[in-house]
Design a protein around this ligand. Structure first.
Ligand code: GTP
Ligand code: MG
Length: 138
């Protein structure tokens, strides 16, 4: 089994969609083994998304991620990284497959409801960014 970091973004928490999104994870066989609701500062959002620092949307992305509460979580399961990205759907909701979280809930390419780690190395880094080992109970 594998673990991945997931974030339910401010556009989704503000529309009260945390439970519906968690249901999608659980229906796909992903277990929520850690979860907390927090609000990031712009600086923390910038640190988390530093790989995108040179992208034109970086400022907007950091501002958005700090604009309201997020729910950060660790999902566990068989091929959890890939499986979570399947459940999330394409970055742009207009391209996301039917039934995915982004197809159902996302508002735009920027306000796209969820984040998921994209590889084992980034998953390990991103989990450690938010959680200590004691907070993850498999
Ligand atoms: P994450 O799981 O959030 O990393 O999404 P992703 O891997 O599908 O997309 P990517 O890593 O390429 O981009 C990270 C995030 O930046 C996206 O989820 C969007 O929130 C945001 N983003 C990407 N492209 C754009 C864009 O063209 N405009 C804006 N405003 N935001 C964008
Ligand atoms: Mg990404």
């Amino acid at each position: 089994t594998e673990r991945t970091l997931s974030i339910i973004k401010p556009d989704a928490t503000s529309r009260n969609l945390t439970g519906k999104i968690n249901a999608k994870f659980e229906e796909a066989g992903l277990r929520i083994v850690a979860q907390k609701r927090i609000q990031l500062s712009k600086e923390q959002a910038g640190e988390f998304y530093k790989v995108h620092a040179e992208r034109p949307f970086y400022g907007e992305l950091c501002e958005f991620m700090a604009s309201g509460p997020v729910v950060v979580q660790v999902l566990e399961g068989e091929s959890a990284i890939t499986k979570n990205r399947e459940v999330m759907g394409a970055t742009n909701p207009a391209d996301a497959d039917e039934g995915t979280i982004r197809a159902e809930f996302a508002e735009s390419v920027g306000e796209n409801s969820v984040h998921g780690s994209d590889a084992p190395e980034t998953a390990a880094e991103e989990i450690a960014f938010f959680f200590s080992g004691l907070e993850i109970v498999g």
